[in-house]
Design a protein around this ligand. Structure first.
Ligand code: ITT
Length: 202
């Protein structure tokens, strides 16, 4: 029987993007909650890859489906690459992104355009039904803007300006963002990896 993909994330913004990016695999993609797996996972890794694998392994204990997880973050060069792996926890997990984004803009007051460089990083981890493990990583380079712009996406998207588009990732359509984003590119790499292991899930 064809396996489905259980995605080990509780972030609704991620789930929406991931579903769209993985659609052409022709496999059912469900969130851990939709799969009936409700567990608290302590993300105590030191890298995006470690944290992604911690999440994927935790959920893989409860299913023989393919499990994938995403660990991602925003690195602001003028803030010593913070918040980085602590992006969700920056200023507290429950603090609104209006406040978090406002704080980053405030910390960059007086910083010139060329020094406002930043990147989104995404690591994807997968645990296959035979418990083999895979990871991929990708980034998108941009700059921190001077105000929030755009309504699409989630999290830090309204302050992440992509020079090639002349827009923030919150002003891009879903399709546009997925084509160039850290998550889009890391998942495309994961799809290629998965093809090599087709025997273990079809
Ligand atoms: P899960 O662990 O349940 O997947 P999370 O939101 O806690 O959800 P992370 O630990 O990977 O996920 O934190 C990533 C944070 O980085 C996320 O909450 C956003 O603040 C930020 N982030 C990552 N990708 C982003 C994107 O595409 N657009 C805007 N912000 C993003």
């Amino acid at each position: 029987m064809k396996k489905r993909i259980v995605f080990a994330t509780g972030n609704a913004g991620k789930v929406k993007e991931i579903r769209m990016i993985l659609a052409d695999l022709g496999m059912e993609v469900v969130s851990m909650k939709e799969a009936g797996i409700q567990i608290d996972i302590v993300e105590d890794g030191k890298t995006y890859e470690e944290n992604a694998m911690i999440k994927a392994r935790a959920v893989a204990q409860y299913t023989d489906d393919i499990v994938m997880a995403d660990d991602s973050g925003l690195e602001v060069d003028a803030m010593n690459k913070e918040p980085g792996i602590f992006s969700a926890r920056f200023m507290g997990e429950d603090t609104s992104y209006r406040i978090k984004n406002g704080e980053i803009i405030r910390r960059l007051e007086g910083v010139a355009d060329e020094d406002r460089t930043a990147r989104f990083v995404c690591a994807i981890a997968a645990v296959l039904p035979d418990k083999r493990e895979l990871t991929t990583r990708a980034t998108i380079e941009g700059r921190i803007g001077y105000e929030e712009k755009g309504e699409n996406g989630f999290g830090y998207d309204p302050i992440f300006y992509v020079p090639e588009f002349g827009k923030t990732t919150a002003e891009l359509s879903e399709e546009e963002k997925n084509q160039v984003s850290h998550r889009g590119k890391a998942l495309e790499l994961m799809k290629k990896e998965l093809m090599k292991y087709e025997d273990t899930y079809r």
